[in-house]
Design a protein around this ligand. Structure first.
Ligand code: SF4
Ligand code: SF4
Length: 474
């Protein structure tokens, strides 16, 4: 008796590991076609963006900087501080929900079209490999043949170029972390900056390992987003899908025969040419259905369209479609579900923009000085509390006339030197100030005061703080 799960047996293991547990090397055929060309252009734009951005400065600041060690972050040239950590948490949460919803609605588009791993591998490293070693067949033959001058020449040239590109990529990544100006200084004097040199070499070896050897295993084994696919996708999700109804029909897939009336023979439109499998960078057969290895790169769509065109059958046997659409034989519709998700995603993007743009210009921390309760003036008409302040100017502008004013109560605020505070761009300043309340305002228990931080007449930030006094007050 046949095992009912036999047809799903491929799901028990990943396509790039054989039964003995050894790696099955993937030799994808060089893709050509509409989607590949489109991806090539998108990759070109993204790689250019990645390589150029560390060298773009606005008002003397790197456009994007993620200096974790010194806790300096620039986003579109705007400095962010450790004090903005809550924004980071909110952005990460928004990002996670965004990615989740996006995947539920539109599948793993990010992996095939935007992920740096795919872009570097498919549009930088793999083209070099095709250029030096040839297409799929030539690469297989080269790997099988004995080591001779030709093989050594090709392999060494490829490995050398891979190393150089890995080194370049590690430089770019480091420029995002320590700043391109510092990186250039360090690269020009490597022996005096041995730590930077070591970091570069370690990054280079990691990139080399990933792109020369580990490759699709990143997407198949290591990437947590790939692992989440199983729970995020459902029968409504838009994915790269094989139309098994059309491809198999009543008789199943069958090789192409010239002048055969395929329509009346009951054979499916799939001519079992294996081009969709040969071209797949993760080594799977999309005709088995949606699999976690699939990165939605659309290479199989291009390959199948080319074949369908050659045998004069309608294109899109493999296309973007949901399981539901394939089963019900519907063409793609922008369903109310997709519309709903798109609206929610739009709201998230607006929320993200709002969070970034509504960030306060000055971060103010006001705390009562520990151990200091309160003091009463000699004439016994006022109560005083002493506070410590810390201001962080998160902007690129100077604030020369900062004053603290009581918003919620009548009273006075003054600094130790009775002067307003000047806060230069990106400066952090701390000091002491006093709040003095008239005894009429005191009701015998702790007060919550609202204090405004003004630059001239402009309210920049408001902060609440506590005010203490005696229980009984004559
Ligand atoms: S490329 Fe198209 S026709 Fe060829 S095997 Fe794949 S699905 Fe079938
Ligand atoms: S199955 Fe198709 S879309 Fe998925 S990874 Fe392979 S070639 Fe790309």
């Amino acid at each position: 008796m046949n095992d009912p799960d036999e047809g799903e047996a491929f799901r028990d293991s990943i396509g790039t590991i054989n039964k003995a547990g050894d790696r099955v090397w993937v030799y994808p055929k060089m893709p050509v076609g509409f989607f590949y060309t489109l991806r090539k252009w998108i990759s070109f734009v993204l790689v250019t963006f990645l390589f150029v951005m560390p060298f773009v400065y606005i008002n003397g600041r790197q456009l994007f900087l993620f200096n974790v060690l010194e806790r300096k972050f620039h986003f579109f040239g705007t400095p962010f501080w450790a004090q903005d950590f809550h924004l980071l948490v909110i952005m990460i949460l928004l990002g996670v929900v965004f990615v989740g919803l996006f995947t539920v609605a539109f599948g793993r588009v990010f992996c095939g079209w935007i992920c740096p791993q795919t872009i570097f591998l498919e549009f930088i490293f793999r083209p070099i490999e095709y250029w030096i070693e040839g297409d799929r067949g030539a690469q297989i033959r080269l790997d099988k043949q004995e080591w001779n001058f030709e093989k050594i020449r090709k392999k060494v040239t490829k490995w050398f170029l891979f190393f150089i590109i890995s080194f370049l990529i590690s430089n770019i990544f480091l420029a995002y972390f320590i700043g391109s100006d510092i990186l250039i200084d360090h690269v020009l004097a490597p022996l005096e900056n041995i730590k930077t040199l070591l970091s570069l070499l370690i990054f280079t070896m990691v990139f080399y390992f990933v792109f020369a050897w580990f490759r699709e295993q990143v997407c198949v084994i290591a990437c947590p987003y790939g692992r989440l696919q199983g729970v995020l996708l459902d029968q409504h999700s838009l994915v790269v899908a094989y139309d098994y109804k059309r491809g198999e029909k009543e008789v199943g897939r069958a090789k192409f025969k010239k002048n055969e009336d395929r329509e009346s023979s009951g054979k499916g439109d799939c001519i079992d040419c294996h081009q969709c499998v040969n071209v797949c960078p993760t080594g799977i057969d999309i005709r088995n259905g949606t699999q976690l290895e699939c990165v939605n790169c659309t290479a199989c769509m291009d390959a199948c369209d080319e074949i369908m065109e050659a045998v004069k059958l309608p294109k899109k046997l493999i296309r973007h479609a949901s399981e539901d659409q394939i089963q019900k034989e519907e063409s793609f519709r922008f369903t109310s579900r997709l519309k709903g998700y798109t609206v929610i995603l739009g709201i998230f993007i607006l929320g993200f923009i709002f969070i970034i743009t509504s960030r306060s210009e000055i971060e103010a921390t006001l705390l009562r000085i520990p151990g200091q309760l309160y003091s009463i003036s000699k004439d016994k008409n006022t109560i005083q509390n002493v506070y410590a302040y810390k201001f962080v100017n998160k902007t690129t502008a100077d604030f020369n006339n900062i004053e603290l004013k009581l918003i919620s109560h009548q009273g006075h605020i003054y600094t130790a030197n009775h002067q307003s505070i000047a806060l230069k761009k990106e400066e952090i300043q701390d000091g002491t100030f006093f709040i003095e309340l008239d005894k009429k305002q005191w009701k015998g228990k702790k007060l919550t005061l609202k204090i405004g931080l003004y630059n001239g007449e402009n309210l920049i930030e408001s902060v609440n703080t506590q005010f203490l006094g005696p229980r009984t007050y004559q």
